[in-house]
Design a protein around this ligand. Structure first.
Ligand SMILES: Cc1cc2nc3c(=O)[nH]c(=O)nc-3n(C[C@H](O)[C@H](O)[C@H](O)COP(=O)(O)OP(=O)(O)OC[C@H]3O[C@@H](n4cnc5c(N)ncnc54)[C@H](O)[C@@H]3O)c2cc1C
Length: 294
């Protein structure tokens, strides 16, 4: 039997109410995303510690609730209707330890902090440790997987497992954690010397629309041939607008929110771009942006 948002929220409060952390009911998700788009979740829980996150996921599963993790919300598009279930944020999982050249960081630690401590290849990528490991986030210099020593994640049976790099299934913007939807609780990284992070950030600011809300690249780059941005630019689609969603003038593979964009505006625009590139360039792009569905 389908249950409504009010009943769902109350049930989740009963199930999670004793866990340490912040629980908000029927809470808008837009402010937790870099797109600034998205309706309410039945419940939004920010666990105070990794064990509470693990326990919340175990309980949500046991009671048959849909659940999703949200890190920095910099790769997701949340529908205006919101999410009919539990959303867990890792905002409070900020553990940090350094020893013998290895940094151990909680899932919610901002990537920016690690970039300044030797993970220079991911400098300029917004988001968190959990989101970056899951997406195997990277730049033209390389990806986060190159720094990973181990990743601790929650298994479907409720146990926590420590994965060594070769067990993480890292690929281009992909990992085992993404494919199996395993919550990442923390990870350890070995930093490496590199160029000045300030120079890398300047370089990115010159080529990406960092001032407007977006979720980074909308489409994956094809495995060979020109990049998605190059193809979209070639068709003259920069500046194309639907509602308050616009194809960025600065980087054609970005869609930006000019202020009041709705999720449907972003989706409609992305679909139009996808179809034009497919029909006119013969390349059917794949989405990199993650659409959160109910
Ligand atoms: C301006 C801008 C520039 C960007 N540039 C780049 C770039 O150069 N390279 C690049 O790779 N990306 C880029 N991105 C995309 C994005 O920042 C990265 O993918 C980032 O790693 C996402 O991290 P997040 O914490 O925001 O994840 P979210 O957007 O919160 O989540 C992304 C996915 O990871 C899951 N997730 C989040 N936390 C966890 C966790 N603890 N355990 C398991 N799953 C989890 C979510 O459920 C979701 O499926 C850019 C985004 C923006 C807005």
């Amino acid at each position: 039997m389908e249950i409504g948002a009010g009943d769902g929220a109350r049930a989740l409060q009963r199930i999670l109410g004793d866990l340490p952390g912040e629980l908000r009911l029927q809470h808008a998700l837009g402010p937790y995303t870099t797109f600034r788009i998205g309706g309410p979740a039945w419940a939004l829980f920010s666990p105070a510690e990794p064990q509470a996150l693990a326990e919340a996921v175990v309980r949500a599963r046991a009671h048959g609730f849909r659940w999703r993790l949200l890190g920095g919300g910099s790769k997701v598009l949340i529908p205006d209707q919101g999410f009919p279930g539990l959303v867990l944020t890792t905002a409070h999982l900020q553990g940090w330890e350094e020893s013998e050249g290895v940094i151990q960081a909680g899932a919610g630690v901002p990537l920016a902090r690690l970039a300044r401590r030797g993970l220079w290849k991911v400098a300029g990528i917004p988001g968190t440790v959990g989101g970056a490991v899951t997406m195997n986030a990277g730049t033209k210099y390389g990806s986060i997987s190159e720094f990973v020593v181990w990743v601790r994640a929650l298994m479907p049976d409720g146990y926590v497992h420590t994965f060594l790099p070769h067990e993480c299934g890292f690929a281009y913007r992909d990992s085992l954690f993404r494919r199996l939807r395993l919550p990442v609780l923390e990870a350890a990284f070995r930093p490496a010397p590199g160029p000045s992070v300030d120079d890398l950030l300047r370089e990115r600011r010159a080529s990406q629309p960092v001032g407007l809300p977006s979720a980074g690249c909308v489409f994956r780059n094809p495995p060979d041939g020109p990049s998605a941005g190059w193809l979209i630019d070639r068709l003259g689609l920069k500046g194309l607008r639907l509602g308050d969603a616009v194809v960025s003038e600065k980087h054609a593979n970005f869609i930006c929110n000019l202020g009041r964009a709705r999720s449907g505006d972003v989706l409609g625009l992305a679909e139009h771009v996808w179809e034009r590139v497919g029909r006119e360039c013969g390349v059917w792009l794949r989405l990199e942006l993650e659409i959160v569905s109910g």
